[in-house]
Design a protein around this ligand. Sequence first.
Ligand code: TMP
Length: 215
Amino acid sequence: MHKPCFISFEGIDGAGKSTHIETIAQWWRAQSREVVLTREPGGTPLSEQLRQHLLHDAMDPLTEALLMFAARREHLVQVIEPALARQAVVLCDRFTDATFAYQGGGRGFDWATLEQLETMVQGLPEGNIRQPDLTVWFDLDPAIAAQRLANARMPDKFESQPQAFFEDVRAGYARRLQAQPQRFLKIDASQALPEVHEQVLSGLQRWWQAQGAKG
Ligand code: TMP
């Protein structure tokens, strides 16, 4: 029997999180674990369709928040919960903290309404709320992220937001960390790639050892 394990990866656009997810997948595979690599918004055919609208179409803030949670609901039911039930390791490129950071922090959408939606969408039969067991937050100054993004592909709706928007997104992540510090691993993403890589792997190993100690 393996412990089910749900890990999310977060950060402002340009923080570099996606580069590290495949290495973490390899770390788990080396321990003979099934790994499910997925992302939000997305992860199912319907949620990927919603992603296209969310990333490219202008819409009302409530519509945006509802569509993020609709995509998440589908993803949870179709992919995440079944994977956890068969004791896979789920590595998810963004999850619900992104909604609090981007829609709550960045857009200024009402935090309490997001919490209601979170309870509705991520509620479990025993009354708990499904959250990642570990959230790796790649924290980066938005000024540095903007420099990194300047050379990137055509920006989407979020990537083309001004730096001030990302200051607010970053504050949104910090607020989530403050509320639930036990599940966050905060990474200083301003360092060079090998150092960031080392922070992520050593943090993950420490966390996993602590899980074993608890069990
Ligand atoms: P990605 O480029 O890292 O795949 O993320 C897609 C974009 O969607 C990114 O700019 C953040 C944004 N986003 C939200 O605004 N709210 C959310 O809940 C999620 C999951 C992503």
